[in-house]
Design a protein around this ligand. Structure first.
Ligand code: PGA
Ligand code: ZN
Length: 420
């Protein structure tokens, strides 16, 4: 399983800009390939996505410098290492980079190699990537509880123009049925939502994440009403089979200490915003809320978490925690969250991602593995990570190839395990 060669090249991500695909070849002849995503509403504390800045190529968003870092800097130190020794390889790359946010080599460069190594090792061992991950990180999991879909059905914020201030409204499967059945339930509800939007004279064009992104929605509350109607129209019970999840991505509408809800024409303090949210908690079958306050507004989070708890809702950190163990520990100590969003590229190696997931687990927090907004690829590593660590949900949009590849991977895992 010794690493014989590493190569990397640009491919296109879902938004039409480049990202990196890396290829790791073992002495056995096995090849592992992985590509990495990036976000549109990325948190400030994420690992750096190293871009060329050459305005003549892709408006400065090329990744040739990051690729050169793989071939010239990472390859010489990783070559000859055992692909099964993921932790040692990741540690080598972290040390070589030497910065807190991987700005030297680029989180995009490091993660692509990290994941390609894992893929090569899993193929060599002839086991699924999720089994390989569980094995090397010593995770006890019989895979009887697989993650369920949290499907983004309406999007706004930075992901679409002239829509809601809140970034995502999702339908989450909570009825305890199989992956295959829960995927069917959320997709049928998504299609029902399309019909409801049409009946109400809204467009059913989709945004970055493949969810509906209608212009002209009057308030940030309207989507809740339509989604409840859609779940019922599809024949399911809101709050029992399917619930609603929201990601406000509130850092995107936080200015000078105020939260600006443009649709409501309101500029709210953190407390007022929390009270506003609680009205929705009382009215709608909400199961999770994410980034409802700014990534640096630490004081706003603990009271929000308490109110969520009262309504049996999990409060998820995303930009707040950025899959980072140190920030997660701070959030746990502060009582800021009850769940954490997991995005591999926020932290930049497989090992650190798993460490964060395990820290969450030890502290009784659930994990939700997530796609990225505008820069997704067909790579499905996030699904295998979710299965390996026992995530509660995978958060992914409902249409477009780079999104459905995640559901397809999850359904395939269930089928292979003989559970679907
Ligand atoms: P991003 O958004 O990938 O564009 O950052 C997704 C999210 O905030 O969860
Ligand atoms: Zn988010």
């Amino acid at each position: 399983m010794k690493i014989k060669a590493i190569s990397a090249y640009e491919i296109l991500a879902s938004g039409g800009y480049p990202t990196i695909e890396a290829k790791v070849e073992l002495e056995s002849g096995v090849v592992g390939v992985a590509s990495v995503p990036y976000g549109v509403s990325a948190g400030s504390y994420e690992a750096v996505v190293l871009l060329d800045g050459d305005k003549k190529r892709y408006h400065g968003k090329g990744m040739q410098d990051a690729i050169a870092n793989i071939t010239e800097k990472i390859t010489p130190v990783v070559l000859g290492m055992d692909a099964n020794d993921q932790q040692a390889i990741d540690k080598k790359m972290i040390e070589l980079d030497g910065t807190e946010n991987k700005r030297n080599l680029g989180g995009n460069a490091i993660l692509s190699v990290s994941l390609a190594v894992a893929r090569a090792a899993a193929i060599h061992k002839k086991i699924g990537l999720y089994k390989h991950i569980a094995e090397i990180f010593d995770i006890k999991n019989d895979f009887s509880e697989l993650p369920k879909p949290m499907t983004v059905v309406m999007e706004g914020g930075k992901h679409a123009d002239d829509t809601t201030d809140l970034q995502e409204y999702s339908i989450s499967a909570i009825g305890g049925v199989s992956v295959k059945e829960s995927v069917r339930q959320v997709m049928e509800s998504y299609h029902a939502l399309g019909k409801i939007l049409k009946e109400n004279k809204f467009s059913t064009n989709v945004g970055n994440e493949g969810a509906f992104a209608p212009k002209g929605i009057r308030t940030n509350e309207v989507p809740f009403e339509y989604i409840v109607q859609a779940i019922e129209k599809a024949g399911y019970e809101p709050g029992k089979d399917l619930g609603i999840s929201v990601d406000a991505a509130a850092s995107g509408f936080y200015k000078d200490g105020r939260y600006l809800l443009v649709l409501e024409k309101k500029a709210l303090s953190a407390e007022e915003l929390t009270a506003h949210y609680e009205e929705w908690m009382k009215k709608y079958p909400i199961v999770t809320l994410e980034d409802m306050h700014d990534e640096d507004d630490w004081e706003a989070w603990p009271p929000m978490r308490e109110i969520c708890e009262k309504h049996n809702i999990e409060l998820i950190g995303d930009d707040l925690t950025v899959t980072n163990k140190t920030r997660l520990q701070k959030a746990i100590d502060a009582g800021a969250i009850s769940s954490i969003l997991i995005k591999l590229n926020q932290i930049g190696t497989l090992s650190e991602t798993i460490e964060t997931c395990l820290l969450a687990r030890e502290n009784g927090l659930s994990t939700v593995a997530s796609h990225r907004g505008g820069g997704e690829t067909n790579d499905t590593s996030m699904v295998d990570v979710a299965v390996a660590v026992g995530s509660k949900f995978i958060k992914v949009g409902p249409t477009r190839g780079e999104r459905v590849s995640k559901y397809n991977r999850l359904m395939k895992i269930e089928w292979e395990l003989g559970q679907g």
